[in-house]
Design a protein around this ligand. Sequence first.
Ligand code: SF4
Length: 326
Amino acid sequence: MTGVVDAMVVDVQCVFQGLEGVAKDYHTELITTNERMRITGARHIQFEEHNADENAREIIKLAIDNFTKRRGEIYIPQHKSPLVAGFSHEYIRYMLGGRFRASFRPLNDAIISGRIQGVAAIVGCNNPRTVHDENIMYLVRELIKKDVLVVMTGCAAIGAAKHGYMQPEMMEHAGPGLREICEAVGIPPVLHLGSCVDNSRILTILTEIVEEGGLGEDISDLPAIGLAPEWYSEKALTIAVYAVASGASVIFGGVGSPVGSSEEVTRLITEGWEEKFGARFDFISKKEDILAAVLDHIQKKRKALGIDKKQERILFDMEMRRELRV
Ligand code: SF4
């Protein structure tokens, strides 16, 4: 809608067929590149791995040729917002312990002491039936205020980045405990972990936290939860299911539950899965109710781990650290 997009290239991600109609209102050339994702009216240039260079050149040439067809008013928003991205589980280990002592120990200690109350992964889509980014940003703001470390992926992460929440300066909006950790480590209170297919990285981080010791025996013991406050895509649903099967509870917000009309299925994915995997899949529409459920979940997990009371800071010696790994 800026009027300056000369070509747009899509593959098999979440793209609607109606995009071609929007592109036609401008001069934009819409190009599909995957056999499984054709769009009526769009140009198709099949991506061949052994011919990738040539495919790319063809697309770039098309875009350059299309430049002269720009028409109408051009609108480029002046608002810009920097972000710090790239927090893989390897990089978080490095940030927490340096090159020679890379470790999740400082994060575990911060959770045990209560300076960080828990971890919330806010991920997933935007949904045309909800106000864009409203639920996502409400939860980001409120959770960091309550000392919950937020990690993000996918379209939700871009929402937080647009609002400036993915830069270290935002630590001033965090609660005192989370802020202390962010200042010491030099990270923002909201970490960008990648695209929505990188949600597996979040599970890797949760696994590393469990392995580090002191916070239970399984992902389902952790004061951690996954949220997709404005979900729409079946891909998001699939990701939620594998997160729950791995032990991480998930809440979807915004629109209602697609299985809400069946009491039996709803019982299965909530209580049933909780019995089986230690984690449940809930659909909660209102953002305020999601926040209350997240804080309740985190406090329940902290209580079960026996870390719900404020603790004195203890300096661990090597012997105590070795004990934790047993
Ligand atoms: S977050 Fe949702 S809309 Fe965005 S790429 Fe992932 S599944 Fe698609």
